[in-house]
Design a protein around this ligand. Structure first.
Ligand SMILES: O=C(O)C1=C[C@@H](OP(=O)(O)O)[C@@H](O)[C@H](O)C1
Ligand SMILES: C=C(OP(=O)(O)O)C(=O)O
Length: 445
């Protein structure tokens, strides 16, 4: 993995921005069995825990994508050793992480990775020296104010120019006092995960209370707690509170599961084309939000089957029926763009709610989905916290991605059923998938 993510201007484009990718239509039922790259959320948590560990650690089957490269760049900028080492799969090396005393001065480019812009500032507060954070223009608009306030209350010195947003500088002193803190994490669960991941290294640990509208993305919080416990950190939780005891982080080997949220467009391809897609290595038990696809796509008309050794082949079979759905997606917000794309092709209306926080994701996903589906002839209404989607016959046209990987893959799903859809900036899928267009063509071949 090149050491470029922290120092170079942010770019992922393998095609010029604005280039249009003709989304292939499904000429016949899609039939495929695919391995999926590693989970972004697990990879970037594993890298942070490995960097905080008392011992060197190997991260196995990591995702290689823009967001993981940005995380590696951030850790290297803070003095942590990250090296590729051979793995069982020659196409994806493992990552050997050698912890070191965290130090600035450093510049961290967060790109548009929520995990980097939220999980790394607590590490920077533990470092000595100044660490400056900035990213894509959109990263400056994404919320971080509650995390900054909480870190300050826990003893960190942060200069954000009074903006409560990027760019900002953390003036690390080598230690964070920690202790009790109250914040409003309704804007992003990542504020809580960020403090929990580093909390064991704070002098007094950390005891977080949430006050405000509900915190989204419960599975991602469960993932944080589970991964912390797996590396020997004592965590207790209750309703709207989380507590991490001070103590060592002991990570030596962490294995990354396939990215189940990125299974969404591929399983959708089976549903939309009356085909059959099998994802290999679907864990029998997982904290990933993408696991909810089994239930959501069943309700939308698909059939889910498990097979293979240890039941880890997960097959979605399209039955020909595509139903609308009424669903509160607060816990699994990152699945919304794909669910909305399928809903636009369904035989009845859908109502997706609980997702006001998506307005401050990679783009305002509520507005972007309504605009782009309506541009193709759809009838989508924005709610303050969601979408009402009334299916109508769609026509071809440009589907804009707004530099949002999940918007781009949603355009590809609609294109399966609607001839003439062109997705603008498909290269933005590299945020969390190394080669979406390549994998999509393989699946459709
Ligand atoms: O912790 C994580 O890895 C994530 C948490 C969620 O963020 P929000 O709670 O901000 O939605 C999710 O949407 C994001 O894709 C990944
Ligand atoms: C919201 C997402 O990403 P991030 O980690 O940048 O918040 C996402 O992947 O859907």
């Amino acid at each position: 993995m090149p050491d470029s993510a922290s120092t170079q201007p942010a770019t992922t484009a393998t095609a010029p921005a604005g280039e249009h990718w003709p989304a292939p239509a499904a000429q016949r039922p899609v039939r495929a069995r695919i391995p999926l790259p590693g989970s972004k959320s697990v990879t970037n948590r594993a890298l942070v825990l490995a960097a905080l560990s008392a011992t060197p650690c190997v991260v196995r089957r990591p995702l290689v994508s823009r967001d993981s490269e940005l995380m590696v760049g951030a850790l290297r900028a803070l003095g942590v050793g990250v090296a590729e080492v051979p793995s069982e799969d020659p196409s994806v090396p493992d990552l050997s992480v050698t912890p070191a005393a965290l130090r600035g001065p450093a510049d961290v480019n967060v790109g548009n990775a929520g995990t980097v812009m939220r999980f790394v500032p607590p590490l920077a507060a533990l470092a000595t020296g100044d660490v400056r954070f900035d990213g894509d223009p959109r990263a400056r608009e994404r919320p971080i104010d509650e995390l900054v306030g909480a870190l300050r209350a826990l003893g960190a010195d942060i200069d954000d120019g009074g903006r409560g947003a990027l760019p900002l500088t953390i003036r690390g002193t080598g230690a964070v006092r920690g202790g009790e803190v109250t914040l409003d994490a309704s804007g992003s669960s990542q504020f809580v995960s960020a403090l929990l991941l580093s909390g064991a290294r704070f002098t007094e640990g950390v005891h977080i209370r949430h006050e405000g509208p509900p915190v989204p993305s419960q599975p991602h919080l469960d993932m944080t707690v589970e991964m912390l416990r797996a590396v020997g950190v004592a965590v207790t939780t209750g309703e709207n509170w989380w507590k991490v005891e001070p103590g060592p982080v002991s990570a030596s080997e962490l294995t990354v599961e396939p990215d189940l949220s990125n299974a969404a467009p591929f399983l959708a391809a089976a549903l939309v084309s009356k085909g059959e897609v099998t994802v290999q290595g679907w864990p029998v038990r997982t904290t990933q939000a993408g696991d909810a696809l089994r239930e959501l796509f069943t309700r939308m008309g698909g059939e889910v089957l498990r097979s293979g050794a240890d039941d880890t082949d997960l097959t979605l079979r399209g039955t020909g029926a595509i139903h609308g759905i009424t669903a509160d997606l607060r816990d699994v917000g990152e699945l919304t763009p794909t669910i909305a794309a399928v809903a636009a092709l369904a035989d009845s209306p859908s109502r997706l709610t609980g997702i006001a926080h998506l307005r401050r994701h990679e783009t305002d996903r509520i507005a972007a989905l309504a605009t782009e589906i309506n541009r193709l002839g759809g009838d989508v209404e924005e709610l303050p916290d969601g979408l009402v989607i009334r299916p109508r016959p769609l026509h071809g046209g440009v589907f804009h991605s707004y530099d949002d990987h999940r918007m781009a893959t949603s355009g590809a799903v609609i294109g399966l059923a609607v001839p003439g859809v062109e997705v603008e900036n498909i290269a933005t899928t590299r945020k969390t998938l190394p080669d979406f267009p390549g994998l999509w063509s393989e699946v459709l071949a």
